[in-house]
Every structure is written in C-alpha cells, then in structure tokens.
Design a protein around this ligand. Structure first.
Ligand code: GDP
Length: 444
C-alpha cells in the first residue's frame, strides 16, 4: 500500500475527533499533533510541515458547520484540499514545442531510474501518438547505452548512439540533427548520472542543454529518498534550470516525503511518476488523486463535497431571495462576512462595506479586528433586532443598549446599522436592481 504508514498516521488524527460536535481550537490541537507527527515520519521537510499544520489549523478553527458532516470528516476534507495545494493543485502537463521536434532532457543521479524512465517516457509518448527517438548521452556508465538499446527494442523506438568516446553535447547535437531530419516528434536525451552532484556533471548538463534547447528539462528523483529528493530538485534548478521532476519508485515503501515536498520546497512541479518496473508504469502526477490515495477516504471526501455543494446552493438561493426582498439582515451579514473571511479574502467583503474602502494586505489584521468588533455588537442584539434592523434604526434606546452590552460606543453601533442598509443597496445593485432610497436615517 503506497504511503501506508502516512495514511495510518493520519487516521489517528481523525479518530481523536469521534464524538465531537464541532471543530474548535481546543479539540483540534491533538489531531494536529498527529498530523504533524505523521508528516514528519513520512519525511516531509520541517518548514513544509510547519506551514501545512498552521494552514490546516487556521482553517479548521474557523470553518463553518456543514449540515450532516461530522467534524472528523470535515477535517479530512480540509487536509485533503491543503495536500492538493501543497502538491501544486493542478496536474502539470508536459510541454511540447508548437512546431518541429520537441526535446526532453533527462537528468538525475545514478540509480534513481533515469534510464528506465527514458524508455517509459518513450512508451508513454508513443501511446499519445508521437514518434520518438532516444539519445544515449550517458557515456560514463558503460552498460547504460546497452541498456537503452535493449529498452529501445522493447518499446520500438530508435536509439541514437555514438559510443562512449564522444562528448555528450556532441552526441546530443548530432542525435537531434538526425531526429529533425527524420521528422521525429519528440527526442528524449538520456544524460549521465553520478553517485552525487559534482561540477563535471552540472557542466556537462549545461552544455547538453545549450546545444539542444529543450522544452522540458526533467530531473528524475527517487521517491525513497524523501525530502532529499526535494532538495535535489532545488539544487538542479538553481544550477541548470529545470522545468519539473519525475518521481520514481512510488510503488515501493516510500513514505511520501518526496511527493509532498518537491513542489513546495523547489517551486517546480512533479510532472510524472513511476510506479513500477514495467514500461507502462509511468503516469502523470495528479495532486488530487495523490491526496486521495494518501487519505484513503474517497467516500468521505465526495460526501463532504456534496454536502458543501448543497449548502452553497441553498445559501446562495436563500441570500438572493433575501436581498431581492430587502430582508438581508444582521444574521446574513454575519454569515457573509464570516464566510468570506474564511475564504481568506477579507479585503473583498470589506470592499463591499462602505467606509472601509480598499484594504491592503497590511491592513487585513486591522480589518479582521473590525470584523470582530462587528461580531461583538451583532451578538449583543436580540434575535428580533438582528432580523429587523429597522428596529435599531428607529430607536436610540436599542442602539444604546447594544453599545453597552458589547462594550462599544453608540456611534459604533449606529455606524454598523447604517452599514447594513448601505450593504443592502450595494448588494441589490450588484444583482442589477437599482434602488437608492432605502437607507433610512437613524432616528433618536
Ligand atoms: P539509472 O541509473 O538512473 O539509469 O537507473 P535505472 O533506470 O537503471 O534503474 C535502477 C533500478 O531501479 C532498476 O532496477 C529499475 O528496474 C528500478 N526502477 C526504476 N524505476 C522504478 C520504479 O518506478 N519502481 C520500481 N520498483 N523500480 C524502479
């Protein structure tokens, strides 16, 4: 089972929430420790783990309840979505040149599976209907060329070689020339690996890159090496400039650290993964499927998604009705501001509130404090006042009471009431209903 240990480590986190009604700062503390431990044991790099745990905690503490969804299920969903983001979100496709021959340059340390990947990639591209050629530019490992020849035979793809006495950049240049002559769609250049990074290897790669002008420079890394793989991707990117990584040996007992760290640490995507020794064991890297596999809870995820969708739909319809009938009240105000704040774009909702204007990131904290002040005041209103803001507009006694109970000034309460009516108008305008006369003057 891929990432089995990580999966069961995370299961410990969910199990701590069984029987809870809601997610709170307090009751997620222990599950978050489990998540942190599980990720560290999976060999995810420490800064990545820290950021991840922080983000998930923040989200979990502020998340609204979804009808019918239990807190542990909700946390699974939050972790899933953050794992997907961590791995780059979308699948990162191979790029082909718009016309002529596409060059894919493969780099990697010895033993990571580079030569195998070369053949797997040719096999994969052939299935996509592209003609391929492999260039044997690994002149240091004597067996490498023979190995590539054998694989080329298996795949049915020609291999260009000039033995081990010619410079790799020379072989690559000649091979590419030959491929262009034969109108080959994609050329895959297999370069030499070393046991560890050295200057000679980097220089050679730079030369090969220079003469072949590749659209893809992919570093092959071994998933078993965990966060070290992510560090390698970073180094190669700085040294020679790469477009992505291919992660091999995901079928083994790799712990997940590489898959989870590469993107975040290096900024470069994993484009393909190898999941076995056969030619067909190479596939695109899908962050969402990978996250799903790690969590092993596909049913829970789709259930939470459906529930969220239903809630969104109902909320939206409900809100629209209310706005159209000028019933947008303080309960909706609260719900809306919370929802948008949760989505991390406080600035957007504040932009909708007159008097707050545009908000820079630096002011967001201030803005969040303001939201909290609003919440205090709304909490001090009676249910009737929340539903009928007119009551507050019409009575300064009520406004004074709300001020006293929330520890704010009457002026602040008056401002909030005015804001609600202004928001009604704004939202109506947003929906294309022109109406300007509905802001009542506050009465004494
Ligand atoms: P190179 O030195 O980087 O060219 O590595 P090779 O392509 O020769 O592969 C080294 C070893 O790893 C070989 O025994 C391969 O069969 C094996 N290997 C490569 N990719 C995978 C993979 O995705 N899964 C598994 N289980 N083994 C792999």
């Amino acid at each position: 089972e891929m990432f089995g240990q990580l999966t069961s480590g995370l299961e410990a986190a969910w199990s701590k929430l069984k029987g809870e009604e809601v997610l709170t700062k307090e009751n997620i503390a222990e599950p978050m420790r489990d998540i942190r431990r599980a990720l560290l044991e999976a060999d995810v790099s420490l800064p990545v783990v820290r950021r991840f745990v922080q983000t998930v905690s923040d989200q979990a503490a502020g998340v609204g309840l979804i009808r019918g969804v239990k807190p542990d299920q909700q946390l699974v969903k939050i972790v899933h979505d953050e794992l997907v983001k961590l791995m780059g979100g979308e699948v990162s496709d191979l790029v082909f040149s718009k016309s002529g021959t596409t060059v894919i340059l493969l780099a990697g340390l010895q033993g990571v599976g580079k030569t195998t990947v070369c053949a797997k990639l040719a096999f994969y591209l052939k299935k996509l209907g592209k003609s391929c050629m492999m260039i044997a530019a690994d002149v240091y490992r004597p067996a490498a060329i023979d190995q590539l020849m054998i694989l080329g035979d298996q795949v049915g793809v020609p291999v260009y070689k000039e033995g081990t006495e010619v410079k790799p950049s020379q072989i690559a240049r000649n091979g590419l020339e030959e491929a262009i002559k034969r109108r080959i769609d994609v050329v895959i250049v297999d370069t030499a690996g070393r046991l560890q990074i050295d200057k000679a290897m980097m220089d050679e790669l730079k030369q090969v890159k220079q003469v072949t002008n590749p659209t893809e420079v992919l570093l092959v890394v071994d998933a078993m090496t965990g966060q070290e793989a992510a560090a390698l991707v970073t180094t190669f990117n700085i040294e020679i400039g790469i477009t992505g990584a291919i992660l091999t040996k995901l079928d083994g007992d790799s712990r997940g650290g590489a898959a989870l760290s590469v993107r975040e640490v290096s900024g470069k995507p994993i484009k393909l993964v190898g999941r076995g020794e056969r030619l067909e064991d190479l596939e695109p890297f899908y962050p969402d499927r990978m996250a799903g596999r790690i969590l092993g809870m596909g049913d829970v995820l789709s259930f939470v998604e459906k529930a969220q969708e239903v809630m969104r739909q109902e909320d939206a319809e409900d809100l629209q009705k209310k706005i159209m009938s000028a019933k947008f009240d303080f309960n909706d105000f609260l719900k809306q501001t919370r929802a948008v704040a949760r989505m991390g774009s406080v600035s957007r909702v504040l932009g909708m509130i007159p008097g707050m204007g545009k908000v820079t990131p630096a002011q967001i904290r201030e803005a969040e404090k303001n939201l909290q002040v609003m919440e205090f005041m709304i909490n001090a209103m009676t249910p009737e006042e929340r539903e009928k803001p007119e009551l507050l507009a019409e009575s300064s006694t009520r406004r004074k009471r709300v001020a006293t109970e929330s520890g704010k000034t009457e002026q602040q309460v008056s401002q909030l009431v005015a804001q609600l009516f202004q928001m009604r108008v704004r939202m109506k305008n947003l929906l294309g209903v022109m109406e300007t006369g509905s802001i009542p003057a506050l009465k004494d």
